[in-house]
Design a protein. Structure first.
Length: 316
């Protein structure tokens, strides 16, 4: 099947499951209440899917590695750490801790700083060492996790309750205001990432060839890292951390679409992500009856796939 046909199938799948989420059980008496609850939920899954898919694909391109994603590099851990710090500093019931806009802005700033730190270490010296970037991200992610766990142990149970919702991915308690606020930011970041698609195509040729073709590698890499940080902030703020989801959808996209054009791949990975989240959550709710959660399924499958890739040395 041609790439356009595959994109059409994915788009139709996403539309079908969106319609199922929105339409089942609606009557003339309850449609206003149900739609007010369901529309933000569907929008959150669409926004998070696009954000995770695009950021992971671009991140893998600039690092020339099919295992690395922003989540694996510790971005999700940093998000939780910022939430815990806010609660420890101001209290779980304070106006600052309860303000979703402040928390979202703080997480974006923290992740942008983390991206700048990774960027500085990655381009230190004449040669860029990918292993240094990997080790730095993983180690800092563990530091954030350990620090969060330590601070949580010292918390009052009431304050812990305000943090607990951010520790796991959830599609049922969506902040409506945050959904509508993050939509323009997602569109802006996706538009900018799409504008870089030709430069990302050149990155396939390795950094030395990209430099010889006139690409400012450091500038483009910094832009990608910053855009990835913003996109991951959006997805994590909306639905929580999904550690291995980016790894799964990017590699699945590359298996389905043999194209090397990011103009195609960015659209494809967005549709794969959205279709996967919508269909997976619908199956969990309607076939499994909430006996498990989608995040548990994703992390289990993603963890197995991650180990499989490591064992096969399929890292590029």
């Amino acid at each position: 099947m041609h790439d356009n046909g595959k994109l059409m199938v994915l788009a139709i799948t996403a539309v079908i499951f969106s319609a199922l989420f929105l339409g089942i059980g609606l009557t003339a008496d309850n449609y206003q209440y149900f739609l007010s609850r369901r529309i933000p939920k569907v929008l959150a899954m669409i926004i998070a899917g696009i954000a995770i898919g695009q950021s992971s694909l671009a991140f893998q391109t600039i690092t020339h590695n099919r295992i690395l994603t922003p989540s694996i590099m510790g971005f999700d851990s940093l998000y939780l750490f910022t939430k815990v710090l806010v609660v420890v500093a101001f209290g779980g019931l304070s106006s600052i801790a309860m303000n979703s806009y402040f928390n979202f802005a703080g997480s974006v700033v923290a992740m942008l700083g983390f991206s700048a730190l990774l960027f500085g270490f990655y381009f230190r010296g004449e040669r860029q060492n990918l292993l240094v970037l990997l080790l730095l991200g993983v180690i800092l992610g563990q530091v954030f996790d350990s620090s969060s766990s330590f601070l949580i142990m010292l918390m009052d149970p009431n304050e812990f309750a305000s943090v607990q919702a951010s520790m796991f991915a959830s599609f049922n308690n969506i902040n409506v205001d945050l959904v509508y606020m993050s939509t323009p930011l997602l569109l802006l970041a996706s538009w900018r990432l799409y504008r870089l698609n030709r430069l990302l195509d050149v990155f396939w040729l390795d950094k030395d060839n990209a430099v010889s073709l006139g690409v400012d590698v450091k500038k483009v890499t910094l832009q990608i890292l910053m855009l990835s940080a913003v996109l991951i902030s959006i997805s994590t703020a909306l639905i929580g951390p999904l550690l291995f989801f980016g790894l799964l959808v990017t590699n699945l996209t590359r298996e389905i679409f043999k194209s090397y054009q990011h103009q195609v791949l960015l659209t494809a990975v967005s549709l794969v992500s959205v279709a996967s989240l919508l269909s997976g959550q619908w199956v969990v709710e309607n076939l499994f009856g909430f006996s498990t959660t989608l995040s548990v399924v994703i992390n289990f499958i993603g963890g197995v796939y991650f180990l499989t890739m490591l064992l096969r040395n399929k890292i590029v």
